[in-house]
Design a protein around this ligand. Structure first.
Ligand code: ADP
Length: 774
């Protein structure tokens, strides 16, 4: 029950690939346990300090005898140290220590350095009296000296071969100061032998095997306390673990694949069709060389989950590699092993995780790779994705080639604009547009609600969400292209219901007490009088709610709070100088209210709302066109002049001021908004528009029509003004959405203005009306 109190000075090591730590401590004194106070989580005991006390209790009784003993001990110690190679700095230091340290500390220190068994060390530790300690240590020293003499005789040639501080036993290395336990050493030695065996029996490539055998040879010679030891060992363990030759068997059957895809995902016909084509070619050709699929679309439209389904249909392992924000090429390709804390890249790590060499890797968010001083990760990805090169992909950490040609890569992105062209070139882009309201309702009822019920341990008998409620959530609580927020809201509803159900189960145990109905969630109870409601607040008296709990609008409001989005856009259009534009963002389409106002001034144009250069230019174009056409349209400034900017300042604002916006497509909206401002007329409240303008008043086509139309539809708008040349894009929009909207295809601004104002926007000279073509 004697131990050493010590101060931890340093802890070094790592947890990867398995915990391996070195602890450096300074011993302070001996202590004895008087009473164990508690054992968990770590032992706490009342202790008594033993060292030094002794000197006081023993007084100077055996001073002389001790002096003799310590002198003798010192001599042996010096003899031992001088037998060692004094040119090694640590030995020289030890020699100096012998002189400088107090004699009574020497037995402890030397016992820890010389070769002793654990048993012997413990005996010295237990020897509380100094005299006893000296007496016990001297034989150990003598033994060591004899051993060393013998060793020097037999292995003279090997004497100076390495930096052993105390060469005690052939093939064993103990560096000064480290306390290496016998068993541990043996264990480690066994480990290395095991590792070597594993390397020899693993199916790694010839080149890799050669490197590994060389490394293991080095490892055997290395002292364990060297940082490189752990590094090399980690490296070798990774090499053994990598799936050099291990693969799952593909079970590709197109009919089954179609069923899996259809079962997992509603709608997205185009995407599913393309994926099936891709898989069919793979089945016929029996290899996977070909373009990498890249799904591009707003968040939450199921890009990742389609990737997962593809892995499922192929019977392959699935691994997702998130690339968002990765700005260091060593994230892809690993660090060289010379760096401290070096690691393999994500590709090799992924392979280690899945344990086979033919998984489906989903490279998520390739559009969010960034460049930095540490290199361009996109360039590193090029090698990974190129089927001609990736059979010999070399990770810097591995430093040997690994064959990636069996891996099926799928990429996802929100936009192709920020994907480096060289990378884009290697991928086949499949656009995944947002969903319509009807599709969202179907997705919610077929997939999201069952999934959420299961997640929350509910059954369909306990909760009922009618379609109108789902529609309510979609239109009033979310405004998104995908279904992720919808999924979250459904999750929130399930949580609330789970509380009710759990409370109900609790109360069923004592039903006799309950008399009064409860009903935050229940439609039936909403009309209950105030008194009952107040009682129902004291939860104890409440009855279990009737099953299934119906989620209606009242319940929605209770659970999700007041609606976040208003369907009513007309309110904002009740004064001149406001028009609705359509914008495209990587998150899908959006409607945007453009606002304009005028005031006395010197003809300046102020633009707010974080606009890019192109958008600012659009605003200038719009003003110029209106000024040059002011007479034709009878547009005047406040003082009745046709020079619109005479003594007038104009301010244009694009809301959501914190979001940067750019692009030419707001041109027609700015013109309409300003035309409304100067004519004093209101823009129709159900019209949205998009299109680029020219100085001569032509309307040019723009991108993202599909997403924009869906956004307008989501917002409940009825009429959309588009450039004539975008007519072809309308084909991709679902028929039922097209039916609910009226499209006005315009080639020039006159047509736009005519469609945007009730009763047209008359041109004074010739009252010609250009009607829509649809
Ligand atoms: P993304 O990768 O496009 O951002 P996810 O694949 O993570 O989106 O999809 C978000 C959630 O929406 C997933 O739980 C997915 O199952 C669901 N989801 C999306 N689209 C569909 C669909 N068409 N059918 C069924 N579930 C869908």
């Amino acid at each position: 029950r004697i131990g050493t109190a010590a101060l931890a000075v340093q802890v070094v090591g790592s947890n990867w690939p398995k915990p391996h730590y070195t602890l450096l401590v300074t011993g302070l004194c001996r202590f004895q346990i008087l009473q164990l106070l508690k054992e968990k989580p770590y032992p706490v005991a009342e202790v008594q300090q033993l060292d030094r006390l002794e000197q006081f209790t023993n007084g100077h009784k055996s001073e002389e005898e001790l002096g003799e003993l310590s002198e003798q001990f010192y001599k042996y110690a010096v003899q031992l140290v001088e037998m060692l190679d004094m040119s090694v700095p640590a030995v020289a230091k030890l020699r100096r220590l012998l002189d400088n340290l107090p004699r009574e500390a020497l037995p402890d220190i030397l016992t820890s350095i010389i070769r002793t068994t654990n048993q012997e060390k413990l005996q010295i530790l237990d020897a509380v009296r100094l005299e006893e300690r000296f007496k016990m240590t001297i034989p150990l020293l003598v033994r060591q000296i004899e051993g060393l003499k013998l060793l020097q005789k037999t292995r003279k040639s090997k004497q100076d071969d390495d930096k052993r501080v105390v060469a005690i036993r052939p093939n064993r290395r103990i560096s000064h100061g480290s306390i290496t336990e016998d068993e541990e050493e043996e264990e480690d030695h066994d480990d290395v032998v095991m590792l070597e065996k594993k390397i020899r029996t693993s199916s790694m490539s010839e080149q890799a095997l050669k490197v590994c055998l060389k490394e293991i040879k080095r490892l055997k010679k290395m002292p364990q306390s060297m940082p490189e030891y752990a590094l090399t060992r980690n490296y070798l363990e990774l090499m053994v673990e990598l799936p050099w030759n291990k693969s799952t068997k593909d079970r590709l059957e197109i009919r089954a694949a179609r069923i899996v895809l259809d079962n997992d995902h509603y709608a997205m016909e185009k995407l599913k069709k393309r994926v099936l084509e891709y898989l069919a070619v793979r089945q016929l050709k029996n290899n996977l060389k070909g373009p990498i699929l890249c799904f591009v679309g707003p968040p939450g439209v199921g890009k990742t989950s389609v990737g997962r389904s593809i892995a499922k249909t192929l019977g392959r392992e699935f691994h997702r590699i998130a690339l968002g924000g990765v700005c260091d090429q060593s994230d892809i390709r690993g660090h060289r092993r010379t760096y401290v804390g070096s690691m393999p890249g994500r590709i090799i790590n992924g392979l280690k995780t899945v344990g086979v060499n033919n998984p489906v890797f989903l490279l998520d968010e390739v559009d969010k790779l960034a460049k930095s001083l540490q290199g361009d990760p996109a360039a590193a990805l090029l090698e990974v994705l190129d089927p001609e090169q990736n059979h010999s992909f070399t990770d810097h950490y591995l430093n040997v080639a690994f064959d990636l040609s069996q891996v099926l890569f799928i990429a996802t992105a929100n936009t192709t604009a920020t994907i480096p062209p060289a990378l884009l070139d290697r991928m086949e882009v499949i656009q995944v547009p947002g969903y319509t309201q009807e599709e969202k309702i179907e997705i919610a009822h077929r997939h999201l609600i069952p999934k959420q019920l299961e997640l929350h341990g509910l059954t369909p008998q306990q909760i009922q969400i009618p379609q109108v409620t789902t529609l309510g959530i979609i239109t009033r609580y979310t405004r998104e292209a995908g279904v992720r927020a919808l999924d979250r809201k459904l999750g929130a509803i399930c949580r609330a219901v789970a509380v009710k159900v759990a409370e109900g189960q609790h109360k069923e145990a004592k039903p006799d007490r309950a008399e009064v109905g409860e009903g935050e969630d229940c439609k039936e109870h909403v009309t209950e009088d105030a008194k009952q409601e107040s009682i129902s607040d004291t939860a104890d008296l409440a009855l279990p709610p009737e099953m299934p709990i119906l989620i209606d609008f009242h319940a929605l409001k209770d659970i999700l709070g007041p609606p976040m989005y208003d369907m009513e856009v007309s309110e904002r259009l009740n004064q001149p100088g406001v028009a609705i534009g359509l914008a495209w963002t990587p998150l899908g389409g959006e409607i945007m209210f453009v606002e304009a106002s005028r005031m006395d001034g010197e003809g300046q144009l102020t633009l707010t709302g974080q606009l890019g250069d192109v958008m600012k230019e659009s605003a200038h174009l719009a003003i110029s066109w209106l000024r040059s056409n002011a007479k034709r349209y009878q547009l005047t400034n406040a003082s009745g002049s046709f020079d619109l900017l005479d003594n007038t300042d104009i301010h244009l604002h694009f809301p959501a001021g914190a979001v940067t916006k750019d692009g030419p497509s707001a041109g027609v909206t700015i013109v309409t908004c300003l035309a409304s401002l100067f004519s004093g007329r209101l823009v129709c409240s159900d019209v949205a528009m998009t299109g680029e303008i020219t100085l001569r008043g032509l309307v040019l086509p723009v991108g993202g029509i599909k997403d924009k139309v869906l956004a307008a539809h989501r917002a409940g708008l009825k009429r959309i003004i588009l450039p004539q040349r975008n007519e072809k894009d309308l084909e991709e929009i679902a028929a039922h959405v097209r039916q609910e909207l009226t499209f006005v295809l315009a080639t020039c601004l006159d047509e736009v203005l005519n469609a945007a104002f009730d009763g047209g926007f008359a041109v004074k000279a010739s009252l010609e009306h250009l009607n829509s073509k649809l």
